[in-house]
Structure formats: structure tokens, C-alpha cells
Design a protein around this ligand. Structure first.
Ligand SMILES: [Zn+2]
Length: 289
């Protein structure tokens, strides 16, 4: 490894959001930029020993090759075999180093003017990148309208026929509080660690896709996308992620789930918690908040 590669700080684009907040659709649209290459949910690949991926005969990358044959993940998985994997409380101790290996391989394959997009869910991936001095995460903090979120979550919980305490998940007030504290936790982590991030309201994005993406690219210091360019050939190596991964940049396919328009269960809890209403308005619909 040369000194340059060892001292360089690698910029990685990533998303943090609650589950069921549109991150798959959003990350697909985001990765249409000619300088971005989506590599799927990196955390899900690197959290365990790479043999799990290498020995899984059905584990194909979105490039069409098996994990071990993929030009990106093949060498990465082999390099990851050299790490030490622990258990219990230390089971993610190797993850920051694993991310550095992924980033180094990415830039040796694609050069320094292209960037990887990590679509991992949750917060572990952000924490891992922050823990490494060689990585600079650039995050999109994606927030879905609390009314849409609570409506879909209570509907899901209702279908699962929960009993006892778990029944609480079918209540709007519970889901609304979960939304608020979950999003605040994400935002606090980004702020406390001084991670550069852009807030995107998923609902606002659905109604103004091109404009929202242009704003995000600008905030990330990327040049605007050339609209005429044929994007069907955009590069991707998604080894772990949603099946939607294989569809090319189909902006026209993004359909807004408006089922919450006919729901009223959120009205009372939100009326009693006006601070949540204000937070929702600010994060989802106000630019630059
Ligand atoms: Zn591949």
C-alpha cells in the first residue's frame, strides 16, 4: 500500500433513516449520479466473517457475478478474511477497519473522483465510519412524514396479530413517539460527531424528485447530473440489499403511498404533542432545516 492511500480520507455517501422511511427508493435515485456507485448495505456484508458470503452459492452481486467473482466484492471479501472477528459486546469491533478496506478497494477500482454509496440501515454504519480517521461519511438524514410513518407502522403491527405489550405497536401515539425519538437520536449523533449531512423529507422528495436530488448533490459538493445522459449503464455492486436493487434509475417508478390521507388516528396524538408536529413540518417540508 502506498503512503497516499494510507493517509487519504475517503468520502462515503450514506443514508440514515428509520425503517420504512423510503431509504431504498431514495438511495436508488441518489446513486444515479455519474460520480456515485452504489454498493448496497455494506454493514450487512462486513458485520460477519466473509465466508458467509463467499460460501453462499446463491449470493450473487447485482453486477451478475457471484460474490467471489465480482470485480469489487471478490477482492474485498478476500481482504476481509484477514481481520479478527470477535463475539459478544465486541462483535462489531472490526467494522471500522472493514469499512476502510471497502473504501480502499473502491478507490483503487474507480479512482478518486467517484464515490461509494452505502445504503445500510440503522446507525451502526455511521458509528463505524465516524470511528475511523480515514473515512468521511457524508450523510443524508431521511425523514418520512410522521403521519405516513405511523399509519404504515400501525397497519403492519395490526396484521401481525400482536399480543400483550407488543400490542402497543398498533397504537398511533406509540409509533409517533418512536418516530420522534428515533429521528432525534439520528440527528443528535450526526451533530455531535460533526458529520456533514443533508436533511431530506421523503414526502417532499416524492413530489419533487429532480429538484430534491439537485439540492442534495449541491450540498454534497457534486456537480449537477446531466439529464440527457443515459443512466442505464450506471455502475452498481449490490451484494446485500432490497430486490429493487436491480432496477435501473427508474424515477418514473416512484409512487407515493398516500394511504394515510384517509386515516385520522394520528390527529389526537399530534394535537397533544405539538412539538412533534413542528419537528415534522420542519424536517420533512422545510428546505435546509
Ligand atoms: Zn459486483
Amino acid at each position: 500500500m502506498d503512503n497516499n492511500a494510507a493517509s487519504a480520507s475517503h468520502k462515503i455517501f450514506t443514508i440514515t433513516s428509520l425503517s420504512h422511511s423510503g431509504s431504498t427508493v431514495f438511495s436508488m435515485a441518489l446513486a444515479c449520479h455519474q460520480q456515485l456507485v452504489t454498493v448496497g448495505e455494506v454493514f450487512q456484508v462486513v458485520r460477519q466473517h466473509p465466508r458467509a458470503m463467499l460460501e453462499d452459492q446463491a449470493r450473487d452481486c447485482s453486477c451478475g457475478k457471484h460474490a467471489s467473482e465480482c470485480e469489487f466484492w471478490g477482492p474485498v471479501l478476500k481482504a476481509l478474511e484477514g481481520l479478527e472477528y470477535q463475539e459478544g459486546n465486541e462483535k462489531y469491533a472490526h467494522v471500522p477497519r472493514a469499512y476502510e478496506i471497502v473504501a480502499q478497494h473502491f478507490h483503487s477500482l474507480y479512482g478518486d473522483d467517484r464515490f461509494m454509496v452505502d445504503t445500510s440501515k440503522g446507525l451502526h454504519h455511521i458509528e463505524a465510519m465516524i470511528a475511523s480517521e480515514r473515512l468521511t461519511p457524508n450523510a443524508v438524514f431521511l425523514v418520512r412524514d410522521v403521519r405516513a410513518y405511523a399509519n404504515s407502522q400501525t397497519r403492519l403491527a395490526g396484521k401481525q396479530n400482536r399480543k400483550g405489550f407488543k400490542k402497543v405497536k398498533t397504537h398511533f401515539w406509540f409509533q409517533i413517539l418512536k418516530w420522534y425519538f428515533g429521528n432525534r437520536k439520528r440527528e443528535k449523533l450526526l451533530q455531535q460527531t460533526q458529520t456533514p449531512y443533508t436533511t431530506v423529507g421523503y414526502d417532499a422528495f416524492c413530489f419533487e424528485i429532480g429538484k430534491t436530488l439537485a439540492d442534495v448533490y449541491e450540498a454534497m459538493a457534486l456537480p449537477p447530473v446531466c439529464q440527457d445522459e443515459d443512466l442505464s449503464g450506471s455502475a452498481h455492486h449490490v451484494l446485500f440489499g432490497n430486490p429493487m436493487r436491480l432496477e435501473p434509475c427508474a424515477h418514473a417508478e416512484i409512487r407515493y403511498d398516500s394511504r394515510w390521507f384517509s386515516e385520522s388516528g394520528y390527529i389526537m396524538p399530534l394535537a397533544l404533542m405539538p412539538f412533534i408536529q413542528r419537528y415534522n413540518q420542519k424536517k420533512v417540508y422545510q428546505k435546509g432545516s
